[in-house]
Structures are given as structure tokens and as C-alpha cells.
Design a protein around this ligand. Structure first.
Ligand code: NAD
Length: 261
């Protein structure tokens, strides 16, 4: 990257950023100079402190990504405090694993609302300002499950495939402007979302957490290594630099080889 502070004076809104991947991305964007709007239900004070330590300004908005009115209020709060949203990272997401015929209806509704529909709302509220300034970056954190399926994950796979589709259409509608829209498709990252799946494997198979982690990876991820939030933050900041000007509508896998198989 030509300029380490290439996002100075810009504002980034990252949904679901009090832990895991979202926090790692927010930290990378702060290191590149962006002011940050955090969102999510985790440890807000610790997350904010990790950002302001880099010298940027950061606020938290508690919007629930299932609630369109609260999403609108969050984008309005970012505009009121910082003058607009230049970088929008749609990251909030939840998981639930069950066979399709036994999938709890309320879990299906929540997963579709948080993992897909919230991005429609954030995009429709943030895009007019980006168009007016003729610069913007929208990065949707999809998943390998936006590209391929896995048994037991019907709602998640449906939502993430939908998010990749929304990414392509938004990229086409903004082609020819200074706004880009892309998706990143991570494989397994060791966050609270995946920790639950590891705990379930350990309990089911009567093995240690370490053995369950190895089994989870061996099943899908040829590298045998977890992807890290820091690596994903690096991809997002690259997409937000001039190097990313003509990356449009991509679904960028970062998955240890999962989807190469
Ligand atoms: P995480 O559980 O650590 O973080 C999820 C974040 O979303 C938290 O900040 C949480 O408070 C927030 N959140 C949950 N429900 C919310 C709601 N209703 N409104 C607002 N915020 C809400 O999970 P993570 O692993 O960091 O996942 C982040 C994103 O990355 C998700 O979209 C997930 O699908 C995706 N992803 C994760 C992995 C992985 O292996 N961990 C792989 C591919 C994609």
C-alpha cells in the first residue's frame, strides 16, 4: 500500500464488531487512519479502547441487525457524528446448525435477518452519501458458505449465498462510480461463532477441544490452519486502498484451500 494512513479522515462502520472478525477488521481500518463506528453486543468498552489507542475516534451504536429502524438510526448516528459512512463493512452474523426439517423457524428468521437483510438496509442508507462524494467501499463478510454448502447449515448457507448475490448487484449498480462493493469468503476463523461448533464436536465425539479443532479443520480446510481476523482486516484495507479501485463484485475466498477442492 502506498500510504499507511490512506483512510485518514474517512469513517468506517463495521456491523457486529465487538468481537471476532468484525473487531479485527475495525482495528485494521483504525490502523489505516479511519474513524470507526462499532456495533454489536459484546464487550464495548474493551473494543472501543483497542481502537482509540491508535489515535482515531470511535463510537459504538447498539443497533440490533434484526431491526430495520435501528439500522437506519445507526447510519444516521454515523452521519451526525462523522459526516457520513465512507467504508461500510457488513459483518454481523450468527450461526445455528440443525437438519433442515428440524431447523427452528425463529433461528431461520434471525439468521436471514442478521446475515443477509441487514446488509440490504445498511447499503440502502449508506450508498446515497457515498455516491454524492463519489467514493465508497462496501465489503460484505460472506463465507465459504456463500460459495458452497455444508450439511446442517441451511439458513446460513442460504443467507451467505444471498449476500454474495447482493454484492454482485450492488457492484454492477455502482460500476462507473468511485464506489465499489465486494464480498470476502472466509473459511474457519477461531471466534466465538466457531468455538460453539468445536465444543459441540468435542461433546459429541468425547474428545478434547484441541482434537475437536483439528477434526473440524481436517474435514474442510486443507491448510489445517484457522484464518485470522488480522488477515481478513488486511484484505479489507487493501480493498479500501487505490489498489482496490477496480475490484468490483468479487467473492474473495480466504479459506486455506477449502473451495479449491
Ligand atoms: P462473532 O460471534 O465473534 O461476532 C459476531 C458479532 O456480531 C458480535 O459482535 C455480535 O455481538 C454481533 N451480533 C450478533 N447478533 C447481532 C445482532 N442481532 N445485531 C448486531 N450485532 C449482532 O462471530 P465471527 O466469527 O467474528 O463472525 C463475523 C462474521 O464472519 C459473520 O458474518 C460470520 O458469518 C462470518 N464468518 C465467520 C467465520 C468463522 O469461521 N468464524 C467464517 C466465515 C464467515
Amino acid at each position: 500500500m502506498s500510504n499507511l494512513n490512506h483512510l485518514q479522515g474517512k469513517t468506517a462502520l463495521v456491523t457486529g464488531s465487538t468481537s471476532g472478525i468484525g473487531l479485527g477488521i475495525a482495528q485494521a481500518l483504525a490502523q489505516a487512519g479511519a474513524n470507526i463506528v462499532l456495533n454489536g453486543f459484546g464487550d464495548v468498552d474493551a473494543a472501543l479502547a483497542s481502537l482509540t489507542a491508535t489515535g482515531v475516534q470511535a463510537i459504538h451504536h447498539p443497533a440490533d441487525m434484526r431491526k430495520p429502524d435501528e439500522i437506519a438510526a445507526m447510519v444516521a448516528a454515523a452521519q451526525a457524528r462523522f459526516g457520513g459512512v465512507d467504508v461500510l463493512v457488513n459483518n454481523a452474523g450468527i450461526q445455528h446448525v440443525a437438519p433442515v426439517e428440524a431447523f427452528p423457524v425463529e433461528k431461520w428468521d434471525d439468521i436471514l435477518a442478521i446475515n443477509l437483510t441487514s446488509s440490504f438496509h445498511t447499503i440502502r442508507h449508506a450508498l446515497p452519501g457515498m455516491r454524492a462524494r463519489n467514493w465508497g467501499r462496501i465489503v460484505n463478510i460472506a463465507s465459504v458458505h456463500g460459495l458452497v454448502g455444508s450439511a446442517g447449515k441451511s439458513a446460513y448457507v442460504a443467507a451467505k449465498h444471498g449476500l454474495v448475490g447482493l454484492t454482485k448487484v450492488t457492484a454492477l449498480e455502482t460500476a462507473g462510480t468511485g464506489v465499489t462493493c465486494n464480498a470476502i469468503c472466509p473459511g474457519f476463523v477461531l471466534t466465538p461463532l466457531v468455538a460453539q461448533q468445536i465444543a459441540d464436536i468435542a461433546a459429541r465425539d468425547g474428545i478434547s477441544t484441541e482434537a475437536a479443532q483439528a477434526r473440524l479443520l481436517a474435514d474442510k480446510q486443507p491448510s489445517g490452519q484457522f484464518v485470522t481476523p488480522r488477515q481478513l482486516g488486511g484484505i479489507v484495507t487493501m480493498l479500501c486502498s487505490p489498489l482496490g479501485d477496480e475490484v468490483r463484485g468479487a467473492a474473495w475466498a480466504a479459506d486455506g484451500g477449502w473451495t479449491a477442492q
